[in-house]
Design a protein around this ligand. Structure first.
Ligand code: C5P
Length: 233
């Protein structure tokens, strides 16, 4: 069964906890990313965990193996449930990250950002991409071989990853939009019900909830779609 993680993509802890309070009863798994962590630091993570919430720390570590291992150990000590590293940091970095995490922390590798289109990836990597899905599966296999618990990808790639790497390999999918919703800077978007049906373990939802007039209502709608309670998209 897919779970929904709400991204606390707001600048301050006050705004983050106001959103958490608004969603009380609807959400208990929250993503802390670059914007909030850079301003507020680990206190915001500790406060969420003290309040009984689960935390996905999405700082997308990408550095030499020793530095990443130490950062993962620090994040793991905070008690985060999930954290991200960049799969393109290479096999040694991924292995170091995996070995540095405590039992309770799952490390997932970012494959190809959901904001990137095939042509953008070709421009970055300087070569032709036959299939973005194949590239994502290739990176997911590398993460799996290095001992990671899963990957972050678009929901469009979940089925291929599960087929090639294994059903228990965790797949976290951002780029979730309700039908008709603004895609913002995301290139590979999928509706919640569709992402759930494709087998996504965790749907990361940011602006669709945080910028809504009624965040709790939108989150309820998304969760209902995930449970297959609404019209299929
Ligand atoms: O607002 P939106 O729903 O697009 O937010 C998606 C969240 O997921 C953002 O916090 C973004 O940093 C994160 N994310 C992503 N693509 C990835 C990994 C994380 O969009 N590959």
């Amino acid at each position: 069964m897919s779970e929904v993680i709400v991204a606390l993509d707001v600048p301050t802890a006050d705004e983050a906890f106001a959103l958490v309070d608004t969603l009380e009863g609807e959400g208990d798994f929250f993503k802390v990313g670059l914007e909030l962590f850079t301003r507020e630091g680990p206190r915001v993570v500790e406060k969420l965990i003290d309040g009984g919430k689960r935390v996905f720390l999405d700082l997308k570590f990408h550095d030499i193996p020793n530095t990443v291992a130490r950062a993962v150990a620090s994040a793991s000590e905070l008690g985060v449930d999930l954290l991200t590293v960049h799969s393109t940091g290479g096999a040694d970095m991924l292995r170091a990250a995996s070995e540095a995490a405590d039992e309770g922390t799952r490390v997932v590798g970012v494959t190809v950002l959901t904001s990137l289109s095939p042509s953008a990836v070709e421009e970055i990597w300087g070569r032709e991409i036959l299939s973005l899905r194949d590239e994502v599966v290739r990176l997911a296999s590398m993460c799996h071989a290095a001992g990671l618990d899963g990957v972050v990808s678009s929901a469009l790639e979940v089925e291929s990853i599960k087929r090639h790497v294994g059903a228990s390999f965790v797949v976290v999918t951002p780029g979730i939009r309700l039908p008709g919703g603004d895609a913002h800077d995301q290139a590979r978007v999928v509706a919640p019900g569709e992402a759930a049906r494709k087998g996504s373990d965790y749907l990361v939802v940011g602006r669709a909830v945080s910028q809504a007039d009624d965040p709790a209502g939108v989150l309820r709608t998304i969760k209902a779609e995930v449970c297959g309670e609404s019209v299929r998209s």
